[in-house]
Design a protein around this ligand. Structure first.
Ligand code: ATP
Length: 435
């Protein structure tokens, strides 16, 4: 297995155009990142796969896209205004601030190394504040959402009624969330602006235990189905004192990052906490009416909450491979076909017009189905290396022989095996391979 460091991945991500530091030309805004041409494709593919398995392929889950800005009362009812906090300590020696529960040694400052210099911990609320409208007054204060979940709870009745949904059913959402993290870091692992993929699955109280287990299993398997190595994954159940204010049970899907095990996704049993709170605070009855038994009750909720940006990062780490080929190191990003930013690279062997023309024709045809890169610069060896490094599953090379036999060479990223395929048959050939 390839040892991969944080630097290796962040350097590759910058060099190849996956991820750039936000506001880089102004020195960089800490803990916010921009996704470049390759990163945006990879991130989109991660989200598409999540949506496909969580919404498209299911008859019991529907989608939603709620606003980032919501009434302040939402966050009062949900408990976030009061308790969405992390314990913060400040070092008296170097003035750096740290999240106490994430320190290896709670007495030692990781910035300057001094011990016994921390202030008493204070609870720091992670929600970003801004103002709606032209007046910066307290009444106009709103939060940027720190999770997408509340947008689902406050729309529970809208969605249920308009779609005539019966328990059990889920509402899924992908979108940006914002947290003023005390210690962001490890590249895009913990940022202050990030993207989440969350689904609230509403069920009958009493059936929540079974659904919890169901979703833990399903979500764990999702990563494996997309090629993540099971050796780098584990499930960790939260201890009672670690649970969020709304949860009676949480299991984290964890990944072995270069710095150790850390969370990819949390699956929580949120009970009926959120719907009950919003009913009480808004005055709207958010109970579910069960016609068969003629009773009203608050459904229980199982929530798989994943990070889209964090998951994208984990797939990059997991895919990174170094191999020795003819005494040279070959770097291959072994991404699942469905995740790879480009599926196919079309490479005319030379810049001569007689090769460029058929290459453009082939690229135009394949583009109708897949993300394609047409690359005409540098030697063919270098171009293969670049495609390997960005995870392109197939390269199609058009050479001078192609003009004679109307065929191209298809090279497989993982095996490097090459096969001659007629140009007219490329779409079918690649379609059968790209699962
Ligand atoms: P942590 O304890 O690491 O701060 P959390 O347990 O509060 O995270 P959740 O509220 O369960 O995280 O959020 C669900 C998912 O959203 C996480 O598993 C993670 O993938 C993603 N996520 C949360 N915070 C961030 C962040 N600051 N940057 C990137 N992704 C995040």
């Amino acid at each position: 297995m390839t040892e991969v460091t944080l630097d290796t991945i962040s350097n590759l991500a910058k060099k190849r155009g996956f991820v750039f530091q936000s506001s880089e030309i102004y020195g960089g805004l800490k803990s916010a990142y921009d996704y470049g041409p390759l990163g945006v494709e990879l991130l989109r593919n991660v989200k598409t796969e999540w949506w496909r398995t969580m919404v498209q392929e299911r008859s019991d889950i529907v989608g939603l896209d709620s606003a980032v800005l919501q009434a302040r009362q939402v966050w009062q009812a949900s408990g976030h205004e009061e308790v969405f906090t992390d314990p913060m300590v400040e070092c008296r020696n170097c003035n750096s601030r740290h999240r106490l529960d994430k320190l290896d040694d709670p007495d030692r400052c990781p910035t300057c190394g001094k011990t016994g210099e921390f202030t008493e911990p204070r609870q720091f609320n992670l929600m970003f504040r801004t103002h709606m409208g032209p007046v910066d007054s307290d009444e106009n204060m709103v939060y940027l959402r720190p999770e997408t979940a509340q947008g689902i709870f406050i729309n529970f009745e809208n969605v249920r009624r308009t779609n005539r949904l019966k328990l059990p059913f889920g509402i899924a959402q992908i979108g940006k969330s914002f947290r003023n993290e005390i210690t962001p870091g490890q590249f895009v692992f913990r940022t202050r602006e990030f993207e989440q993929m969350e689904m609230e699955f509403f069920c009958r109280p009493g059936e929540d235990g079974e659904w919890f287990q169901y979703w833990v299993d399903r979500r764990f398997q999702w990563y494996i189905d997309l090629g993540m190595s099971p050796d780098n994954m584990r499930l960790r159940h939260h201890d009672t004192d670690e649970l969020s204010h709304y949860s009676t049970g949480t299991a984290d899907v964890e990944y072995l990052f270069p710095w150790g095990w850390d969370e990819l996704e949390g699956i929580a049993n949120r009970t009926d906490f959120d719907l009950r709170q919003h009913s009480e605070h808004s005055g709207e009855d958010l109970r579910y009416f069960d016609q068969e038994n003629n009773e009203r009750f608050f459904p229980y909720v199982i929530e798989p909450a994943a990070g889209a940006t964090r998951t994208t990062f984990a797939f990059l780490i997991d895919g990174y491979t170094e191999e020795m080929v003819n005494d040279e190191t070959r770097v291959v990003m072994k991404l699942h076909h469905r995740l790879a930013p480009y599926k196919i690279a079309v490479l005319p062997l030379s810049k001569k017009p007689e090769l460029i023309e058929p290459a453009e024709r082939v690229a135009a045809e394949l583009r109708r189905k897949w993300m394609i890169e047409l690359d005409v610069t540098q030697s063919i060896g270098r171009r293969y290396r670049r495609q390997d490094e960005i995870g392109t599953p197939f390269c199609v090379t058009i050479d001078f022989e192609s003009l004679e036999d109307q065929a191209a060479t298809v090279r497989d990223r993982d095996t490097m095996a090459q096969e001659r395929v007629s140009m007219g048959g490329l779409a079918d050939y690649l379609g059968a391979k790209l699962t």
